[in-house]
Design a binder for this molecule. Structure first.
Ligand code: FES
Length: 117
């Protein structure tokens, strides 16, 4: 079922906001490209709201001393221990096959953001 959560203008590029839909906490994110993504707003490690964390990138390296910032604006970092989740897939960066958060369909229609639950 489709639920309206906010006006499109209330979710600007690079912002994320939490909503409760059908008693589920969901974080909706607008990426740097303006696309919308929705994820379960609960860290699978110890349970805090991911929306209390930060929207950032992730760092990779091929050798010691090298730092490459990737996926800028596409990674939610948990506020407690910094586990990182890809906003597009819900998969964790460190173990994408086994640690992830549920994603939801989200659309923008006529100036309103809707989440499908
Ligand atoms: S509670 Fe989220 S990383 Fe530990």
């Amino acid at each position: 079922m489709k639920y309206s959560v906010c006006k499109a203008e209330d979710l600007q590029i690079g912002q994320m906001k939490a909503f409760t839909v059908e008693r589920k906490s969901i974080v909706v994110v607008r990426s740097q490209e303006g696309e919308l993504y929705a994820l379960r707003n609960v860290c699978p490690h110890k349970g805090p709201a991911l929306s209390e964390g930060s929207l950032d990138g992730t760092c990779t390296a091929n050798e010691p001393g090298e730092y490459n910032l990737e996926k800028v604006g596409e990674v939610i970092k948990c506020p407690w221990h910094n586990w990182e989740f890809d906003i597009k897939t819900g998969c964790s960066i460190f173990d994408p096959e086994n640690v992830r958060v549920k994603t939801f369909d989200v659309i923008e229609e006529e100036g309103t953001v809707f989440v499908q639950v």
